[in-house]
Write a protein that binds this ligand. Structure first.
Ligand code: GDD
Ligand code: MN
Length: 382
């Protein structure tokens, strides 16, 4: 038998226009989580604002419990300009935006919130800046002449401007509103920085700005940040942590991840939990020391697991049966980690008997092992 090619060579395909008729010029990415009462209204408004533009909307939904993805699917059956990416087992605004943009083949992509706080009538202006004036990135900005965030209360206004100043100073960013969630970018420019972006957190624009190191031609287009239509905000107090994590990662050239620091901090808390449990058992029960030490270790591992599940891996939180399976896997990982810890400490102590140096090296070995193995076997990416 001859090796007949499975597919016809490209040259044998019928000639095609460079861009198929109807291929979108602009993809509007809409990250959603529990936005079922907003998506149809937004889509309608996009259709009005982008009249005359070949556009599509890509909704990226993190398996919203309110079934937002299902509402968008209904929409998509009636209007092919709508599509939905439903992500299961993952959470995160930045990650959702990245996946949405990477799913597009249009030359221009925009990101807009689903809750109508962003002004979609600015999109044609942003598109003109990219198409006609050669900009790479157009930012919907609250902090340039003509823009505002008057819907913010005093507290949020204060937090927002503090975070903005911090980011500008530390990361040497000059744009007025690097925290905006509303922007348009050339897709190929985005794809060039995409491998450096963090999927954790929610400051995708800040990440793009920091990662592209002044290589982009940027314009800011003023807009008025409105009030949320239906539903509620998803940004909780944890976003402050995500923000600091992003600053840290960008400042250290991605050498230090917030996840590892959190994991190590949880480990330190675990040591305190361990000692407290041991103290209680030894002082107030008749349990012999060896058993007490074992029980204390179990208590510490369990509390470490729960804390990590709550904090370190909150975007991949395990629930139900997966929580139990994860706990057992975590016990396994930590038990081996203990051997690694003691082994390293012992061999270093053998070479130079400085107890704290050997102890610290062992502990570091243990935490690095536990971290690496946990991300492989406990909170593995699905
Ligand atoms: N897929 C997905 N996954 N979408 C999410 C997630 C998530 O984990 N979290 C939030 N979203 C979606 C929301 O459904 C909404 O469409 C959009 O992201 C913004 O979320 P909000 O919860 O409305 O955020 P906000 O109004 O507090 O913050 C906005 O303004 C900030 C500026 O002050 C966002 O645009 C931020 O990006 C922006 O920095
Ligand atoms: Mn909002």
């Amino acid at each position: 038998m001859t090796d007949a090619p499975l597919r016809a060579p490209v040259s044998a395909l019928p000639p095609r226009p460079a861009v198929a008729a109807g291929a979108p010029d602009l993809s509007v990415i809409v990250p959603t989580f529990n936005e079922r009462d907003n998506v149809a209204v937004l889509f309608q408004r996009l259709a009005e604002a982008l009249d005359g533009v070949a556009w599509e909307a890509i909704f990226v939904d993190d398996d919203s419990p309110d079934g937002t993805w299902d509402v968008v699917k209904d929409l998509a059956r009636r209007d092919p300009r709508a599509r939905v990416l439903r992500r299961i087992g993952r959470r995160g605004l930045s990650g959702a935006c990245i996946e949405g943009i990477l799913a597009s083949s249009a030359p221009y992509v925009a990101v807009i919130d689903a809750d109508l706080q962003h002004d979609e009538t600015r999109l044609p202006v942003m598109l003109a800046k990219l198409k006609d004036e050669g900009a790479d990135l157009a930012i919907g900005s609250r902090y340039v002449e003509g823009g505002s965030s008057s819907s913010f209360d005093r507290r949020r206004q204060g937090i927002s401007s503090f975070a903005t100043t911090l980011a500008q100073k530390l990361l040497r960013i000059t744009v007025a509103d690097p925290m905006s969630g509303f922007f348009m970018i050339r897709r190929e420019r985005f794809e060039a920085v995409a491998p450096q972006l963090s999927v954790q957190g929610f400051k995708i624009l800040l990440d793009i700005l920091a990662s592209s190191r002044g290589q982009l031609a940027i314009v800011e287009v003023p807009f008025v940040f409105g009030t949320r239509h239906a539903g509620e905000s998803k940004l909780d107090s944890m976003v402050a942590m995500d923000f600091l994590g992003l600053l840290l990662a960008k400042l250290t050239n991605d050498a230090v991840s917030l996840r590892f620091l959190l994991f190590a901090a949880v480990g330190a808390i675990g040591l305190i939990v361990h000692l407290a449990a041991l103290y209680l058992l030894v002082s107030f029960t008749a349990v012999p020391f060896a058993e007490a030490q074992g029980v204390a270790a179990l208590v510490a591992m369990t509390s470490n697991f729960l804390l990590n599940n709550f904090l370190t891996y909150r975007d991949q939180r395990l629930k139900g049966a997966a929580l139990v399976r994860g706990l057992l896997a975590f016990y396994g990982v930590c038990s081996v980690g203990l051997f690694a810890n003691v082994g390293v400490a012992f061999s270093i102590y053998g070479q130079s008997p400085v107890w704290w140096l050997a102890g610290a090296a062992g502990a570091l070995m243990g935490v690095v092992w536990n971290y690496a193995m946990s991300s492989l076997f406990v909170w593995r990416r699905r």
